[in-house]
Ligand binder design. Structure first.
Ligand code: DGY
Length: 320
């Protein structure tokens, strides 16, 4: 009998075919999240789960799945939705999808940054409102990136790729992170010097509201903030206040504190670009992420081994 696996969302066709080939796969054919009750019920009796960053994976879900649950493959690199400690204690292996979404997420960071500083989304709205316009020397001026300073907060894989792309635009790069590397500065200095502050840190208790009122005030008045990491890294209300007060010049956001809800004040501001969590949303990345999930399920459920993308390899030892 093939192991039972529940997948909480529709997946790309190649991923679906790979799931069906190896498992009795119950794939929810929807892009919308399941209700909690639906998720708990669908997980019962499963050996594997594929979840997304929008689903809370905790003791309650593991209880609902039951003792046969051996592996959870999270369709994303961020793990703030997963209680990895509880999973480890119960011998459930957790895997994520690192590496394959680096370029996609870095490209989206640059896309949001350019849309903001060159006022692309604002111009698009103006045209759709059918407002009169014409090319004029002072019309809708943005600012360029050449010669400006980019401050990367959390220079992991994605932050480092953003830095690489930004240098092609002639930007100088500063980093604030744990590892010593060229351009590393304390966070306070990064806020003082950067024209662009780009967030790439994972959400942890330490990074929750890492950007609050004081940090926004410490930034340059002509600085813009880009967040493609996790919404709660930024205090969204403080951000709205800082933008209204002109403490910073703009913001480009892909993630939100109470996702998919967006702080109402942000919707009213022209110097804000908003995307619906599209960081890894390319055909290539989402397929590769799905195939990494399948690989993790196969490794644990069919081969009795350890997937390379396991985040808690100790889980298997817990049971042995
Ligand atoms: C991730 O991988 O954590 C992304 O946010 C999903 O797009």
């Amino acid at each position: 009998m093939r192991p039972r696996v529940h997948v909480t969302r529709r997946v790309p066709a190649r991923v679906r075919a790979a799931l069906d080939e190896s498992f009795a796969a119950d794939v929810r054919d929807s892009e919308l999240p399941p209700s909690r009750a639906e998720l708990l019920a669908a997980s019962a009796g499963c050996a594997g789960l594929v979840t997304t960053p929008a689903e809370r994976v905790d003791g309650e879900l593991l209880d609902a799945a039951g003792p046969g649950l051996a592996v959870i493959a999270n369709y994303g690199v961020g793990l703030d939705n997963v209680d990895v400690e509880v999973a480890t204690r119960r011998g459930v292996l957790v895997a994520n999808t690192p590496g394959v979404l680096t370029e996609a997420t870095a490209e989206l960071t640059i896309a949001l940054l350019l849309a903001l500083v060159r006022r692309v989304a604002e111009g698009d709205r103006l045209i759709r409102r059918r407002e009169p316009w014409t090319l004029a020397p002072t019309f809708m001026l943005g600012v360029g990136l050449q010669g400006r300073t980019l401050g990367i907060v959390g220079p992991g894989r994605i932050g480092s790729e953003v830095a690489r792309l930004a240098t092609a635009f002639g930007m100088h790069v500063l980093h604030a992170g744990r590892r010593p590397r060229p351009g590393r500065v304390p966070l306070g200095e990064l806020f003082e010097r950067a024209h662009v502050v780009s967030l790439h840190a994972p959400l942890t208790p330490e990074t929750h509201h890492l950007i609050g009122r004081d940090e926004l005030r410490a930034m340059r008045a002509d600085a813009v903030l880009v967040n493609v990491s996790r919404g709660p890294v930024v205090d969204e209300r403080a951000l709205v206040d800082a933008l209204r007060a002109g403490e910073i010049a703009g913001a480009a956001l892909d993630v939100y504190e109470r996702e998919p809800e967006v702080e109402a004040g942000l919707l009213e501001l022209e110097n804000v670009v908003l995307a619906p969590h599209l960081g890894s949303a390319t055909v290539e990345a989402r397929e590769a992420m799905g195939m990494l999930c399948v690989r993790a399920l196969r490794a644990v459920l069919l081969e009795g081994g350890q997937p390379p993308n396991a985040v808690n390899p100790d889980a298997l030892r817990t049971l042995s």
